[in-house]
Design a protein around this ligand. Structure first.
Ligand code: G3H
Ligand code: 13P
Ligand code: ZN
Length: 314
């Protein structure tokens, strides 16, 4: 299946436009109809490009046929602003599968491999993907945090700016994810005083001035969702994200893709908990899932406008 038949685009033009326009393209993860609807409608209503990100576990959860049916159902023809991206692909085979399914972009995550093995794997994926005009992201440096099986890691190591030019030249990838202090999940840091390593970002951007850089683990963990979740029976303590101001600063400095998953999870959970608690007699899932969907939509709109700066960029 060719991704162009879905009306999808790869990320090449998206990223060159983002670099010159000083904004980031949002990459929002989805895993069911509601999360997909919320994200695509938020991007549509704000006139923002968007990357629909699917992890391997989300792909397994949805099933390949239903995923393709949903993408087909978006009727993207001529929209020119939506990419479908495999998030944290763990192997060459996984990337091939995604490309065959109609993904327009893949990440090969060899970040925990030794440098040379990471290069070899990323190059193998890039050589294959480019035959089909599919974009490839790879990562240098390791993020810490809780996420899916292939990316579980308790230690982090920042990206070494001295490695990035060699890595990009040797692999021919289209974008590079870097580790500058973000991490996956909702428990990113102990206090808002901790700063991202902007010194590393500056050095990487100096080495690769016109190259798209990517920030994973970039949820800001809006505290109002935590409050609502806890108010209506949840138990989430000490969840802290990357402060919005720091994300905005990163966007000004060559970060042109920002990955957000945890914020949408919190938004969905907060909406559902509140809706169920407020109408305990209700057992129509469309009601409470609809509130969760609206929460994700509102948060995506907010982040597109206030963090990514990608509204009205189509
Ligand atoms: O960065 C990774 C995402 O948050 C994916 O998590 O495998 O639970 O969908 P997941
Ligand atoms: P968050 O857990 O910060 O939302 O990160 C998501 C991500 O990096 C997906 O690849
Ligand atoms: Zn990630």
């Amino acid at each position: 299946m060719d991704y162009k038949d879905f009306g999808l685009v790869n990320t090449k033009k998206m990223f060159s436009d983002a670099l010159s326009g000083h904004y980031a393209v949002p990459a929002f993860n989805f895993y069911n109809m509601e999360t997909l609807q919320a994200i695509i409608n938020a991007a549509h209503d704000t006139h923002s490009p968007v990357i629909l990100a699917v992890s391997e576990s989300a792909l397994k959860y949805m099933g390949t046929d239903l995923l393709r049916g949903m993408i087909w159902g978006l009727n993207l023809k001529d929209s020119n602003s939506v990419a479908l991206h495999l998030d944290h692909g763990s192997s060459f085979e996984s990337c091939i599968q995604a490309i065959e399914l109609g993904f327009s972009s893949v990440m090969i995550d060899g970040s925990k491999l030794p440098f040379d093995a990471n290069v070899a794997l990323a190059k193998q994926v890039a050589d294959y993907a480019h035959q089909y005009d599919v974009s490839v992201e790879a990562e240098l440096g390791v993020l810490s945090g809780i996420e899916d099986e292939n990316t579980k890691s308790s230690k982090s190591s920042y990206t070494n700016p001295d490695d990035v030019v060699n890595f990009v030249n040797a692999t021919n990838i289209d974008s590079l994810a870097i580790a500058i202090g973000t991490s996956h999940g909702a428990y990113k840091r102990k206090s808002n005083d901790e700063e991202l390593r902007f010194d590393i970002l500056d050095k990487v951007a100096q080495q690769l001035p016109d190259f798209p850089l990517v920030l994973h683990g970039a949820s800001s963990i809006p505290q109002h969702f935590i409050k609502t979740i806890n108010e209506f029976g949840g138990k989430i303590s000490n969840a802290l994200g990357i402060p919005v101001e720091q994300l905005k600063r990163a966007v000004e400095k060559n970060i042109c893709k920002i990955n957000v998953d945890s914020d949408s999870r919190l938004a969905f959970t907060a909406g559902i908990r509140e809706a169920l608690a407020q109408k305990p007699e209700n057992f129509n899932p469309r009601d409470y899932l609809g509130v969760g969907l609206k929460n994700i939509y509102d948060n995506c709109v907010e982040e597109i406008k206030n963090i990514m700066n990608s509204a009205n960029k189509l």
